[in-house]
Structures are given as structure tokens and as C-alpha cells.
Design a binder for this molecule. Structure first.
Ligand SMILES: CC(=O)SCCNC(=O)CCNC(=O)[C@H](O)C(C)(C)COP(=O)(O)OP(=O)(O)OC[C@H]1O[C@@H](n2cnc3c(N)ncnc32)[C@H](O)[C@@H]1OP(=O)(O)O
Ligand SMILES: O=CC(=O)O
Ligand SMILES: [Mg+2]
Length: 559
């Protein structure tokens, strides 16, 4: 048997002759990558790309055009053209037994040890993530597919030699869900007909192709199950639905086996929830409140509106009216259509060296989960295995049934103004400093290949770091008045931000120590973060600009 050792990183010159016509692998081949990059799998991914690339380009162009309308003064709202769908009496296909009870879902990157820990941790579900919590380096993506294949086949193991610790799956494990990248990210290490592949199609394609048969055999003929991130419009859900139809037909899998939970994590999408479910009605597993990207998108969507400056990030919590309204409308929408309404991620994680602070963090998580279960959510997310028992306890106590599809929330009446209401709170210099410190450290980790990190006792990933970036951008762009903190009345300028950045870099160096600071990517991250925060026009995603730092093209056989 071939032993898989993720630490072996031998570079091999790629030979294009080994791959199907039109497919070029630009990332270095490592041991075991050939198990994922088989001729058949590459043909499947290339066919997906050829069929859907034009539609992906179209939806991205639509996003640009819609943003131009927001920039010209329009605000997101419900679409009169699809009123009949919102008011119509239809339901989605019922949830299969394998995902009927999903009260606690742990999430985490597709890293080998974490996959085993997550599957073993007692959560009902595990969302394995190619998205917010993963830096999409070639090695991370390819190892992620190897790890998932081994997880589905239950052969996944891991040896931590330094700690003399072995990892393997328990007999009872969580049900696996996979989150591919959003539509906007390209995969530069695979080219199809001379263009980079679409990250989302590649993640879906390899995972589906290699695992659908084993997965369905273990889940009553259903699956694989997915989370679908960062969509802005139902036309994007229609593309996912067509991808699912095509994959099912191509692999002779019955219609409706694949199920996807759509994250409602952009402001435009909250006005499209019925429409999104309608497009996916045979393939839907419900909606999820992706709160962190939602807050990021709230700022991004109204970027041209100087009257819409948010208070400090720490004050934008789930009890703010616009967020409460979004979650309640999501629950009402899902339960009307017979599918799950999933809660989101509390950012607190266990604090190991301070019992009092740990207790306080746990209380915050408990309160957040209690609010979710009482509102009618069918389950929620946990960021860390140590939090699963706590979250489980709140849901077990308050949700005796497998889910709350029967809780219709007909009392909820949410209009545009509720979803667009500005959060209350103040902006402070400390807020600007914290955004800067977190943004730089997150970016430094991401550029080094790590997509989720603990910072100041909170989980930080691409979505939370985006809030720090766009909030800084918004304040600098409009010279926001800092109306809170110790020095109220100060205005944010490029000069103030430059000084804050310098000072926060010194603080980061002190906190992480000179050795880690020197060997890490903090200085490069600071340059990129500063560029992003002071750009005349806001970039759509931080990771689009940062991606070039993590691309590793292999020497080509043609050279
Ligand atoms: C906005 C969103 O999209 S939210 C969803 C995306 N984000 C995520 O999924 C974040 C997931 N969580 C994480 O990545 C991590 O918990 C972090 C980075 C926040 C904290 O990581 P650490 O500080 O390394 O955690 P810590 O040292 O306490 O880990 C203890 C053990 O738990 C494991 N662990 C921690 N988090 C997870 C997780 N989410 N899944 C599986 N295992 C985990 C660690 O691997 C470690 O295992 P070991 O004892 O066998 O070595
Ligand atoms: O993906 C989840 C989020 O909160 O963003
Ligand atoms: Mg997200």
C-alpha cells in the first residue's frame, strides 16, 4: 500500500502529455496528486468548466452591473419581477434522513488532522471548507481532495510524530458536507483551454467525481451534500442547480441526490431567498446565516453611500436590528419552503490560559446559540471541537425534535427598511487599530497558507478579516469622524491610518516575538492591507489581490 505523507514536497516537472487535451496542470505534482488528477476526473472537471464557464462569467458581469447601480444611489430591494415566486405556494424536496437532524455543525479547513478531529468530535455534521477558512494554495487544495477522499472511504489517518499521537476515525462520525470556493475565485494551477479553471467548479468537480458513489452508498442513496457560499442573486443558484443536474446525469445519479445549503451572506441575497430556494428546489438543503460575510457585504454593497458608516466591528452583533431581521426572515422563508434554516458562527473560541475569560466567552456563545434555537433555527455552527458539547446542550435542551421545520414564524414581518437599518454604536480609534492589527495578521497567515487563525481569543477567517478591511476603507474614504473612544472628534485620514499601521506593526512584533515576525509575512501583509484600505475604489475581495502571493507554478515540460 502506498503511504500518504503530506510532508513530502518533491517538485516534479509536469508532463502535459499525461493530461487530457486542453488541460494543463500548472501546479507542481506531488506524491498522490495523481490519484486526484486522473484522466477521467480531469475530463469531468474540464467538461464542467467548458459547459459552465460562460455562465459563471455572465453572473460575475451581472454582479458588476448591479454594483454600479448601487454605486449610483440604488439600494437593494425585493425584485417585483419575481413576486409570484415569493408569494407562490411551493415547497422544496424534503430533507433526506441523513441530514434531517443537523443541530450542531462543526466547520474547518480541509486539513488532514482537523478533518479527523471534526468528524470525531460529536457534532452531527462537519462542513469541510475550501472557502473562508482555507488559503487556496495548490497544496492545500490538492491535499484537501486527498483528505476528503480518504475521509469518505474511512481510511483517513494521521501521525503526529512530534507529539507521538495517532489519529483515526471513531466508529460514529459526523456527516460530511463540503463547501467549495465562491464563484469569483479562479484556480490558477489548472488551465482549461488556455484559461484558469473556476475554483468552485474544480472543488465541486473533483470531490463529486471521486466520492459520489461511496458517499451515496453510506447515506441512504443521497448526497454528496454541499454548502454554497457568497451568492448574490438567484441566477447564481440556477447555475449551481444546473451543475448538480449535469453531474447527476453524467454519473447516472438520480435527480435530487445532491443537496446544497446556500449561505445567505451577501446583502443582495437576502432579498432573493425565496428565489434562490426556488431555483434549487430539487437540490436544496436550506439556507444558512453566514453572518460574517453578510456584515462584510453590507458595507461593500453600500460602499458609495457616505451616510452608511458602521460602528466598530465589535459592536455589530446579532442583536442589531438589521441582523435580527435577516435571521428571522431566513427562518420564516426556509420553513415555508420545508427546508432547514441554519444559524451561524459565534467567533469566540476556547481560551486556554484564562478560566475567567474562557467562562465569559462560553457565556457569549451560549447566549448566541440560545437566541438562535429560540428564534427557530434548525441547527448552528461551532468553530472548535471544544465548543461542541456546549452548543449541543443548548440545542438539545430547547429543540426536542430533530429540527424546527414546524416553527413557521408567521409572526415575522420584515420589510426592506428592517434589512437596511444602520447598526447602532460608535466608531473609535481603538476600533481602527484592532481592524488593522487583525487584518495584517490574518493576511500574513493567509499568505503563508493558513486560512483560519486564533487572534485575540477569536476565530478569524477570510470573512471576518474582510470586515476589518472594508471598514477601514470606508472610514478612510469618507474621513469618518471617530465619535467614540478616548479621543472623540478625530477624523480618519490616510495619514492617521499610516501612523496607526506603523504603530500596530510594532505592537504585532512585540506580541508574536521578533523571530516569528522576521520569518512571517507581516511586512508584505501590511503593504497589501494598506493598499487595499486606501484604494480609491474598493476591491471586491481581499483574496483576489492576495492570491498572486500564493500561486506556485511548476516548471513546464514545454519550457
Ligand atoms: C465565517 C465562517 O465562514 S466560519 C467557518 C469557517 N471558519 C472555520 O471553520 C474556523 C474553524 N476553526 C479553526 O480553524 C480553529 O479552531 C481556530 C484557527 C479558530 C483555532 O485553532 P487553534 O488555536 O489551533 O485551536 P486549538 O489549539 O485550541 O486546537 C485544539 C485541538 O482542536 C483541533 N481543532 C480546533 N479547531 C478545529 C476545528 N474547527 N475542526 C477540527 N479540529 C479542530 C486542533 O486541530 C487541535 O487538535 P489536537 O489537539 O489533536 O492537536
Ligand atoms: O461563512 C460564514 C460567514 O459567516 O461568512
Ligand atoms: Mg462566509
Amino acid at each position: 500500500m502506498e503511504i500518504y505523507n503530506p510532508s513530502v514536497k518533491k517538485n516534479v516537472r509536469n508532463t502535459e502529455a499525461a493530461f487530457p487535451a486542453g488541460v494543463r496542470i500548472r501546479g507542481p505534482m506531488r506524491p498522490c496528486f495523481e490519484k486526484i488528477l486522473t484522466k477521467e476526473a480531469l475530463e469531468f472537471v474540464a467538461a464542467l468548466e467548458r459547459k459552465f464557464r460562460p455562465r459563471v462569467k455572465y453572473i460575475l458581469q451581472c454582479r458588476k452591473e448591479q454594483q454600479a447601480r448601487y454605486d449610483a444611489g440604488e439600494l437593494p430591494s425585493f425584485d417585483p419581477a419575481t413576486k409570484a415566486i415569493r408569494e407562490g405556494d411551493w415547497t422544496c424536496s424534503p430533507p433526506p434522513a441523513a441530514i434531517a437532524d443537523r443541530r450542531v455543525e462543526i466547520t474547518g479547513p480541509v486539513e488532514r488532522k482537523m478533518i479527523i478531529n471534526a468528524l470525531n468530535c460529536g457534532a452531527k455534521m462537519f462542513m469541510a471548507d475550501f472557502e473562508d477558512s482555507l488559503a487556496p494554495t495548490w497544496d492545500n487544495i490538492m491535499h484537501g481532495h486527498i483528505n476528503l477522499r480518504d475521509a469518505v472511504n474511512r481510511t483517513i489517518t494521521y501521525e503526529d510524530k512530534a507529539r507521538n499521537k495517532s489519529y483515526k476515525l471513531n466508529s460514529k462520525t459526523a456527516t460530511l458536507l463540503v463547501r467549495p470556493r465562491g464563484w469569483h475565485l479562479l484556480e490558477s494551477h489548472i488551465e482549461i483551454d488556455g484559461e484558469p479553471a473556476t475554483g468552485a467548479l474544480m472543488d465541486f468537480g473533483f470531490y463529486f467525481f471521486h466520492n459520489h458513489a461511496s458517499y451515496r452508498a453510506k447515506h441512504g442513496g443521497y448526497g454528496p451534500f454541499f454548502y454554497l457560499p457568497k451568492m448574490q442573486h438567484s441566477r447564481e443558484a440556477a447555475v449551481w442547480n444546473a451543475v448538480f443536474d449535469w453531474a447527476e446525469d453524467t454519473c447516472s445519479v438520480p435527480r435530487g441526490s445532491i443537496r446544497g445549503t446556500v449561505l445567505i451572506e451577501t446583502l443582495p441575497a437576502v432579498f432573493q431567498m425565496h428565489e434562490i430556494l426556488y431555483e434549487l428546489r430539487e437540490h436544496s438543503a436550506g439556507l444558512n446565516c453566514g453572518r460574517w460575510d453578510y456584515i462584510f457585504s453590507f458595507i461593500k454593497t453600500v460602499r458609495a453611500h457616505p451616510d452608511r458608516l458602521l460602528p466598530d466591528r465589535v459592536q455589530v452583533g446579532m442583536t442589531q436590528h438589521f441582523l435580527k431581521s435577516y435571521t428571522e426572515l431566513l427562518i420564516q422563508t426556509c420553513h415555508k419552503r420545508g427546508v432547514h434554516a441554519m444559524g451561524g458562527m459565534a467567533a469566540q473560541i476556547p481560551i486556554k490560559d484564562n478560566p475567567a475569560a474562557n467562562q465569559a466567552a462560553q457565556e457569549l456563545i451560549k447566549a448566541d446559540k440560545l437566541r438562535e434555537v429560540l428564534a427557530g433555527h434548525d441547527g448552528t455552527w461551532a468553530a472548535h471541537p471544544g465548543l461542541v458539547p456546549l452548543v449541543l446542550e443548548v440545542f438539545d435542551k430547547n429543540m426536542p425534535t430533530p429540527n424546527q421545520l414546524h416553527v413557521k414564524r408567521e409572526d415575522v414581518s420584515v420589510i426592506c427598511a428592517d434589512l437596511l437599518q444602520m447598526p447602532k454604536g460608535k466608531r473609535s480609534l481603538d476600533g481602527l487599530r484592532l481592524n488593522t492589527r487583525v487584518g495584517v495578521q490574518y493576511l500574513a497567515a493567509w499568505m503563508s497558507g493558513t486560512g483560519s487563525v486564533p487572534l485575540y481569543n477569536l476565530m478569524e477567517d477570510a470573512a471576518t478579516a474582510e470586515i476589518s478591511r472594508v471598514q477601514n476603507w470606508q472610514q478612510i474614504k469618507y474621513n469618518a469622524v471617530l465619535d467614540g473612544g478616548l479621543v472623540p472628534g478625530m477624523r480618519v485620514t490616510k495619514e492617521l491610518f499610516a501612523r496607526v499601521l506603523d504603530e500596530e506593526l510594532i505592537r504585532i512584533e512585540k506580541e508574536v516575538g521578533p523571530a516569528k515576525f522576521a520569518s512571517g509575512k507581516y511586512k508584505e501583509a501590511a503593504v497589501l492591507f494598506a493598499k487595499q484600505c486606501t484604494a480609491p475604489e474598493l476591491d471586491d475581495f481581499l483574496t483576489l489581490d492576495a492570491y498572486r502571493y500564493i500561486v506556485t507554478h511548476a516548471p513546464s515540460a514545454r519550457m
